[in-house]
Design a binder for this molecule. Structure first.
Ligand code: SAH
Length: 212
């Protein structure tokens, strides 16, 4: 069975729009050349610089929690290979906008090159920015949704500020070398949040800025 059908059968993939994006945006386009043929394997894979493209099961789970919609403005911190950015761009469509932030310059270029295969950058749907995402992207806030595929020891307050009321943040929280919780946070009022935790995941760390 194909990996996508397995993810549907195991209920990690549920929404028609997210399933459609998984079918159209090929993971193989976001891997290093040496890993050609590994796209269908449900494991994280190295993208160099000590970083990984996440496991498909984890990406499916996080996108289902994020509930992206057409026209959303989204922030993806730690864009890595660009796979998640491209999946989200496919879902939000041409009225949407997604900003990816990546602290490793070579990976910013890697993501842009990978995403170029899908025309999202020239249509103005995707922009990848080289920088520290721990503080979010204040100049472009507020966002409907924020997603992060790197674990923070605690939820950075800047990100909660940069969410719209009614918006949602999905972030792994926990220590390095332990398993982490994926946390979904709804902003229900200016300073009011509701969160739900899903334990048992493993991510690379979100590098914390010295002055955050
Ligand atoms: N979603 C990505 C996987 C990212 S792995 C994909 O689909 O491929 C996590 C990424 O977060 C790495 O590329 C790492 O360099 C980046 N990262 C870690 N801390 C960061 C920070 N403070 N700001 C921006 N990027 C960060």
């Amino acid at each position: 069975m194909s990996l996508i059908n397995e993810l549907i059968q195991s209920k990690y993939l549920k929404s028609p729009e997210i399933i459609d994006a998984f079918r159209k945006i090929k993971r193989e386009d976001f891997l290093l050349d040496q890993d050609e043929g590994m796209a269908e394997v449900n494991v994280p894979l190295s993208i160099g610089h000590g970083q990984t493209i996440s496991q498909p099961l984890t990406v499916a789970f996080m996108l289902e929690l994020l509930r992206p919609e057409k026209g959303d403005k989204i922030l993806d911190i730690g864009s890595g290979s660009g796979w998640t950015v491209a999946l989200l761009a496919q879902i939000i469509g041409k009225k949407g906008k997604i900003y990816g932030v990546e602290r490793i310059e070579e990976l910013k270029k890697f993501a842009e090159n990978n995403i170029l295969k899908y025309n999202f950058i020239n249509k103005g749907i995707v922009e990848i920015i080289h920088g520290d995402g721990y503080k979010g992207l204040p100049g472009y806030a507020p966002f409907d949704k924020i997603i992060i595929a790197a674990a923070a020891e605690e939820i950075p307050t800047a990100l909660l500020k940069q969410l719209k009321v009614g918006g949602r943040l999905v972030i792994p929280v926990g220590r390095q070398y332990e398993t982490q919780d994926i946390v979904a946070v709804d902003k229900i009022g200016k300073d009011e949040f509701k969160e739900k935790r899903y334990p048992g995941f493993v991510f690379v760390p979100l590098v914390k800025s010295h002055n955050a």
